[in-house]
Write a protein that binds this ligand. Structure first.
Ligand SMILES: Cc1ncc(COP(=O)(O)O)c(C=O)c1O
Ligand SMILES: N[C@@H](CCOP(=O)(O)O)C(=O)O
Length: 431
């Protein structure tokens, strides 16, 4: 498959080039220019297909011109020693748990595949790479885990000071070695802008920069695999599943839309956001107005200018009415987020993180219209201990990955929210 820039459809690259460039030199995002019909492959998957089998088959279908079949199995095995889990909540709602990987968030699927495939291609390329990542909490922790101690790769993580949870911060700042954490005096949107500026800065062209955000297709494509896995488990339902996706930067939702475009049988997608609701507002008004993000309890979704909107626009030809055929927007307030976390504990004895709660609330509000909704559960509630305690009145259980970092000391470098300062820091680290 080949990929083009959202800002120039004639700028076409291979997967390998998209992987190592991260962002297109014109500032656009790479997107798949072909729309393969994978219906017949999807029809072969069922309850007995493992996540690794599905991933390996999709790697061949989508990237087979660059990754041969024999290697696709090895890559899938290496990248995915963990799997999603599907739980039935009630007659109308299922929950797709995506937090059973090394950093306890859905980002592990994308980050682990990205790290594994970069390592795979770097063997042939004889070069070093510096991975630049902006995070509102979860991407950074997944990327730190996935790239830790990888040969010839350094990772620089930018996170907004005081706006990630204490445990997320520990996950990003305690590994050391090739993982460098920069605490930015600003918002996630500042971090994302600084990363994007670095890609187009000529003075940094001597450093082989790439990205581990969902702007990188190597992060985004594997996020489509779990939609396919979920549908393989939901085949006997009387109605095709509607996916409800807690959204911030809209990578997760975009990956699902790609899977649908390749023939995956799904209903609509519910884009559930917190008060940072620029996409639901666009769907309602047809006017896109990115704006400064506001802080909410679902902090990892505090994004005011979602990167992947550009890919969504390309997919739907800049036509809001086409987009509305596939996507329903829904904004959930902080009050409803906390109330849903409490309700889930009291009614079902089921602990959810604030982001998943946004999805569950949006799904519950749609059950009069849809009878088969699958909510993506994007992170383990233990990552957001303080919010969980505030909502539910008790502490969540912590998985081993969080217990391991809880008492470690953070090591990070504080910088201002200026791209110039980031440039200075990168040059001092890598030239
Ligand atoms: C826990 C959690 N839920 C949801 C999201 C939103 O996902 P996306 O940015 O792909 O829309 C994020 C951050 O990306 C997250 O960390
Ligand atoms: N919520 C994200 C924000 C970055 O999103 P990405 O999917 O584009 O990497 C985070 O947790 O960092």
């Amino acid at each position: 498959m080949k990929f083009a820039s959202t800002r120039d459809k004639n700028h076409i690259v291979s997967f390998q080039d998209a992987l190592f460039q991260g962002l297109s030199p014109d500032g656009g995002l790479y997107y798949p220019i072909e729309t393969p019909d994978l219906k017949s492959s999807f029809s072969l998957f069922d309850q007995n297909s493992s996540f690794q089998d599905i991933a390996s088959s999709l790697i061949v279908s989508l990237l087979g011109d660059e990754i041969p079949e024999s290697d696709s199995q090895i890559l899938a095995k290496r990248a995915f020693p963990f799997s999603p889990e599907l739980k039935k909540l009630n007659d109308k709602i299922n929950i797709l748990e995506l937090y059973h990987g090394p950093s306890s968030a859905f980002k592990d699927f994308g980050a682990s595949f990205l790290a594994t495939s970069m390592e795979y291609f770097l063997n042939d390329r004889d070069q070093k790479a510096v991975i630049l990542t902006a995070t509102s909490g979860d991407t950074g922790s997944a990327v730190a885990k996935a790239f830790y101690d990888k040969k010839n790769i350094d990772v620089v993580i930018l996170y907004p000071s005081g706006r990630v949870s204490p445990l997320q911060e520990k996950q990003m700042t305690t590994l050391g070695k090739n993982i460098h954490a920069l605490e930015v005096d600003g918002s996630f949107d500042d971090c994302q802008r600084m990363v994007k500026d670095s890609f187009t800065d000529k003075e940094l062209s001597g450093i082989n920069l790439s990205s581990a955000n969902s702007i990188n297709l190597g992060r985004l494509i594997p996020q489509s695999f779990y939609y396919v896995w979920a549908v393989s488990r939901l085949k006997n339902a009387s109605e095709v599943p509607v996916f409800c996706v807690p959204s911030g930067n809209f990578g997760n939702l975009t990956a699902g839309l790609y899977a649908k475009s390749w023939g995956l049988e799904t209903g609509k997608f519910i884009a559930a956001t917190n008060r940072n609701d620029v996409v639901p507002s666009y769907l309602a008004s047809a006017i896109y107005t990115p704006r400064a993000s506001v802080q909410t309890y679902s902090n990892a979704m505090d994004v005011g200018a979602p990167s992947n909107f550009e890919r969504m626009q390309t997919l739907y030809n800049n036509d809001v009415s086409l987009m509305k055929k596939d996507i329903i927007g829904c904004m959930v307030s902080d009050e409803d987020t906390l109330a849903t976390m409490k309700y889930m504990d009291e009614e079902y004895g089921y602990a959810v993180c604030p982001h998943t709660a946004v999805g569950i609330k949006a799904a519950m509000d749609r059950t009069s219209k849809e009878s088969n909704i699958t909510v993506l559960s994007t992170a383990h509630p233990g990552k957001f201990m303080e919010v969980y305690e505030k909502a539910v009145g008790k502490k969540p259980q912590l998985p081993a990955s969080l217990l391991a970092v809880k008492d470690l000391d953070k090591v990070s470098r504080l910088i201002s929210n200026s791209s110039k300062e980031l440039k200075k820091t990168l040059l001092s680290l890598f030239s």
